[in-house]
Ligand binder design. Structure first.
Ligand SMILES: [Ca+2]
Ligand SMILES: [Ca+2]
Ligand SMILES: [Ca+2]
Ligand SMILES: [Ca+2]
Length: 204
C-alpha cells in the first residue's frame, strides 16, 4: 500500500507501507505554497487513477505521472490565484479527461492530455468540494458542487439546485440503476442521498 502526503512546507511525499514500517520512495521538489489537497485521477481514461494532482494555497496546480513521477503539468502563478476546489472528469468527447478547477469563482477546464485551458465559465460558482459524473443518465457528465448546484459540463448551465449539500460529496450508484446518486455528509451531520435523475432526496 502506498500513502501520499503533502506537507505545509510544500513537499509531496510518497511512502510505501509494509508490515510495520513505511519507506519514503519519492518526494517532490519544493512546490510553491503549502499543499492544500492531493487527489488521484484517471486523466488518460485507461481505467487507472495514475495521475497525482496537487493544489497549493497560492493557487498552483501540479500533476505527476504516478508510474515514473514525471512532472506532467505545473500551472503558472497567475493562472488560478484562488482555487476553491478541483476534480477530474470527462467534460467533452476527446480521449482525455479534464482537470476541472473552481478558481476565482469560475469553473475552468484544463485538458488532461495537452494541459491547455479549454474553457472558463462566464458565470460565477463557488464550492469547497465537487465531483463529476453523469448523475441524470443522459450520457453527459455533470459537475456536482457541494453548494448544491448540479452543472451541465457542456455549457455551464445549472440543471438542478438544492439548498446545499454537506461538506463532502461522493457519486455512487446506490439503487442499481447505473446512474450515480449524490452522497453527501459533513462533520456531525447525517448522510444524505440525492437522486438527481428523479429529482428527490432518497430516504435511507
Ligand atoms: Ca489513467
Ligand atoms: Ca475530455
Ligand atoms: Ca448527465
Ligand atoms: Ca442510481
Amino acid at each position: 500500500m502506498y500513502m501520499i502526503l503533502g506537507d505545509r512546507f510544500g513537499v509531496l511525499h510518497i511512502y510505501h507501507l509494509t508490515s510495520g514500517k513505511s519507506v519514503e520512495i519519492w518526494k517532490s521538489k519544493h512546490l510553491v505554497g503549502a499543499v492544500d489537497e492531493v487527489i488521484l485521477g484517471d486523466l488518460d481514461l485507461d481505467g487507472y487513477e495514475d495521475a497525482i494532482l496537487v493544489r497549493t494555497t497560492p493557487g498552483m496546480i501540479y500533476v505527476w505521472d504516478s508510474s515514473n513521477f514525471d512532472l506532467l503539468y505545473e500551472s503558472l502563478p497567475a493562472d488560478y490565484p484562488e482555487i476553491h476546489c478541483f476534480t477530474v472528469g470527462q467534460v467533452d468527447e476527446d480521449p482525455a479527461a479534464e482537470i476541472i478547477v473552481n478558481a476565482n469563482q469560475k469553473l475552468h477546464y484544463i485538458d488532461g492530455s495537452t494541459f491547455n485551458r479549454e474553457w472558463t465559465s462566464l458565470v460565477d460558482y463557488r464550492a469547497t468540494r465537487m465531483a463529476c459524473g453523469d448523475v441524470d443518465g443522459d450520457n453527459i457528465n455533470e459537475i456536482v458542487l457541494n453548494n448544491g448546484q448540479v452543472v451541465d459540463t457542456r455549457n455551464g448551465d445549472v440543471q438542478w439546485e438544492e439548498d446545499t449539500f454537506h461538506d463532502r460529496i461522493e457519486l455512487l450508484d446506490m439503487d442499481g440503476d447505473r446512474i450515480p446518486e449524490v452522497i453527501t455528509e459533513g462533520n456531525g451531520t447525517a448522510v444524505k442521498v440525492f437522486d438527481i435523475d428523479s429529482g428527490i432526496e432518497k430516504r435511507l
